[in-house]
Design a protein around this ligand. Structure first.
Ligand code: BES
Ligand code: MN
Ligand code: ZN
Length: 555
């Protein structure tokens, strides 16, 4: 989808659909000008009261006199950031069935405190978000022509800033859709090997470095915990390392670590069958981290960023981990596996130890880690934990700006006690109370050497019910966090610049880093094709060789 931002006279702009904003029953300035050309027809329609005041409500009018566009969509915008985003998505959805161009004249309808750049960026992101369709594994594709082009109409003299904002928004929206595709792809397609291929594609597209470690490499690194999760599956495990070197040479990187369980059956501690299909999205930590790298690449972000993705399946098998097994992590600490379904922390702990070698400025891990987080925060906020408050505040602010919010959870020592084990340095579960907190406590034992935050996205990465599917969260939050870091790094690099603002404050919307405008192209479809018998391949394979030695090294 091509998205451009430019100044135009809305009523004279030829398009299939022109969207105008309505707040408290009145058209905003851009719409009022169109209404004048239409001889007051739009105001008269509003007077009839057909347009609901709720943000995102729409009315479609056809062939309005004095207006060049074929259709006019009136959309209620409301007062909050969320209202504006809802309105933007609704306008795109209202036009989705038509072919040709959609012109959005909504940039002047930003909520109080937000400027045109903010609005344009949100509009561009919303265009991608609202036009997302999953089709990869359907035999019949939608062959309707659909929207080809979206023009974001801005005021005179606003072109330049709007262009940059549109490029940034498109980069985020496109990345969100990359994430959704990864999460929606069935688990017989989206395997650890598939994630590795995706990372390689992104590396190639944006000139990044990529390394994929195989089981032998991973064993050599001493990742006994990660291997213990993967060994019950016949799908080969991978450790993916993707590097964007956009910052100053030698500048410490931000490391993003994503949980990549491409299917979580629970292992020997098998999950109940109902809804088990949804455990295909247990790789959305990895999916969102890889998708964020797509945004980073598209934006050519002036920052060093490294993605580390441990990925495997969690399956029951004769050679799978058993409750009671003790494994040795890369850090040397031993873990008693009391529940094989608490596998996310077992693969993350080794990836987090691995991250030490990059001498990171900060590490953020992202994981669909606990059902307990869904109970605590529902599907609205991501659970945020950190060993540094300043880092937590940066992420909170980034989420606020991007409309992809997190909530700061406690990581107090008192919670650590529940991880006690009689037979190892720690157990992998801490019981049902505070399950999301104790999972974070487990990870905190592997992140002492750097500033670290953990995002539990179990509730926010996926929607159940009729609109079942991946959300692409927390790509907007992560991207905003990295852009703010990049802006700070750029500020710090200029000797004459005023002292850099403290991290927590600098994460304000104003700090949105400008990016070079890049034409937003349609998201490349995943390479996977619907194989005739996808499952057969796996069934036919001989069972994986059991590990020669137990993973735990007894001293
Ligand atoms: N992948 C799950 C967590 C999850 C649950 C994500 C629901 C999304 C929706 C994770 O591996 C898991 O199974 N966690 C267990 C931990 C328990 C055994 C301590 C859980 O949350 O039940
Ligand atoms: Mn699990
Ligand atoms: Zn899991």
């Amino acid at each position: 989808m091509e998205i451009i931002a430019k100044h135009a006279i809305a009523e004279k702009h030829k398009a299939a659909v022109l969207a105008l904003a309505v707040r408290e029953g009145k058209l905003t300035a851009q719409g009022a000008a169109v209404d004048k050309a239409a001889g007051g027809h739009l105001a008269a329609v509003l007077k009839l009261g057909d347009l609901d005041a709720k943000a995102g409500s729409t009315v479609v009018l056809h062939k309005v006199g004095g207006v060049a566009a074929e259709r006019v969509v009136l959309v209620s915008v409301g007062a909050s950031d969320k209202d504006f985003r809802d309105a933007a998505r609704a306008a795109v959805k209202a036009a989705a069935g038509t072919s040709g161009e959609l012109a959005l004249a909504l940039a002047d309808a930003a909520p109080a405190g937000r400027n045109v750049s903010w609005a344009v960026e949100e509009l561009a992101a919303a265009v991608h978000d609202a036009s997302y369709k999953y089709e990869t594994t359907k035999s019949k594709k939608d062959d309707k022509p659909g929207l080809k082009k979206v023009t974001l109409i801005v005021g005179k003299g606003e072109d330049k800033a709007a262009e940059a904002a549109a490029a940034a928004g498109a980069a985020v929206g496109e990345a969100v859709n990359v994430g959704k595709d990864l999460g929606n792809l069935p688990p017989n397609f989206c395997t650890p090997s598939y994630l590795a291929t995706q990372a390689k594609d992104i590396a190639k597209k944006f000139g990044m470095k990529v390394e994929v470690l195989e089981r032998a490499d991973i064993e050599r690194l001493g990742m006994g915990s990660f291997v213990s999760v993967a060994k019950g599956s016949t799908e080969p495990m991978k450790l993916i390392v993707l590097k964007h070197e956009g910052g100053a040479k030698g500048a410490k990187p931000v490391v993003l670590v994503g949980k990549g369980i491409t299917f979580d059956s629970g292992g020997i501690s098998l999950k109940p069958g109902e809804g088990m299909d949804e455990m295909k999205y247990d790789m959305m930590g990895a999916g969102s981290v890889i998708a964020t790298m797509h945004a980073v690449g598209r934006m050519k972000l002036p920052l060093n960023v490294i993605a580390v993705v441990p990925t495997c399946e969690n399956m029951p098998a004769g050679n799978a981990s058993k409750p009671g097994d003790v494994v040795t992590t890369m850090s040397g600490q031993t873990v008693e596996i009391l529940n094989t379904d608490a596998e996310g922390r077992l693969i993350l702990c080794d990836a987090l130890t691995y991250a030490e070698r990059f001498e990171p400025a900060a590490v953020v891990d992202v994981a669909t880690l606990t059902g307990a987080c869904v109970i605590a925060l529902g599907h609205i906020a991501t659970g945020l934990y950190a060993n540094k408050d300043a880092l937590a505040h940066e992420l909170l602010a980034a989420g606020e700006t991007a409309g992809d919010r997190a909530w700061h959870m406690p990581l107090w020592d008192e919670y650590q006690e529940s991880l006690k084990s009689n037979f190892a340095d720690m157990a992998n579960i801490g019981g049902r109370p505070g399950g999301s907190v104790t999972a974070a406590c487990f990870l905190s034992r592997y992140t002492k050497k750097y500033d670290w935050a953990h995002l539990d996205i179990a509730g926010t990465a996926w929607k159940s019910g009729a609109a079942k599917g991946a959300t692409g969260r927390p790509v907007p939050m992560l991207t905003q966090f990295l852009r703010t870091r990049a802006a700070q790094a750029a500020g710090a690099a200029k000797p004459a610049a005023v002292k850099a603002a403290p991290a927590a404050k600098a994460a304000k919307p104003a700090a949105k880093a400008a990016v070079k405008p890049v034409a937003a192209k349609a998201v490349a479809k995943p390479a996977a094709k619907v194989a005739a018998k996808p499952a057969a391949k796996v069934v036919a394979k001989p069972a994986a060789k059991p590990a020669a030695k137990p993973a735990a090294k007894k001293k």
